[in-house]
Write a protein that binds this ligand. Structure first.
Ligand SMILES: [Fe+2]
Length: 177
């Protein structure tokens, strides 16, 4: 993907996330997912600009829909519909559009459902893993539990000390640890 197209996509995603987005899907989250994805990409043959573009658009759902159970379970449909429209604004090839839509449409539910893409293309695998690694990030775990009742805080400790270190590979397409 051409650099100017990536810059254009990042600028437009930035505008959308600035006008509406929750804390767990904001620009900081997109940057962290991108960082994870580019680290994994070094071990594979990928177009890094395309990979970065995928990371930036993967959570556009939350610039339109509020987080919640319904959005969580319909996210695959929502992001596909959104991207079909959003990507028309950019002069990118049909093949690249298909890769972006496919990766973003299949990136959800790795944890806890382990709906992985082991047989998927490399962009789909990397995006999903990069997002999952973010889910297992210390600060993100804290932010998940901060809106829950205090009596659930032992679960947070259990997740950080037991589940994350022992089972993270189980939820990745490309095990890393
Ligand atoms: Fe995400």
């Amino acid at each position: 993907m051409e650099k100017y197209l990536l810059d254009d996509i990042k600028r437009k995603v930035g505008e959308r996330t600035a006008s509406k987005c929750d804390k767990r899907h904001n620009l900081g989250h997109l940057q962290n997912v991108t960082k994870n994805a580019l680290t994994i990409s070094k071990e594979h043959s990928t177009d890094t600009a395309l990979m970065e573009a995928i990371c930036y658009v993967h959570d556009l759902t939350y610039t339109i829909y509020d987080p919640g159970i319904k959005t969580y379970f319909l996210e695959r449909k929502y992001i596909t519909w959104i991207l079909v429209g959003f990507l028309k604004e950019f002069d990118i090839s049909g093949n690249e559009k298909n890769i972006i839509i496919n990766a973003c449409g299949k990136h959800t539910h790795s944890f806890p459902f382990r709906r992985l893409n082991k047989k998927g293309d490399i962009y789909t695998k990397i995006l999903q893993d990069a997002d999952t690694l973010e889910d297992f990030d210390e600060e993100r775990i804290d932010s998940f539990f901060e809106n829950l009742p205090g009596f659930l805080s032992p679960l947070k400790r259990l997740f950080k000390r037991m589940i994350r270190p022992r089972f993270i590979n189980f939820f990745l397409n490309l095990p890393r640890y």
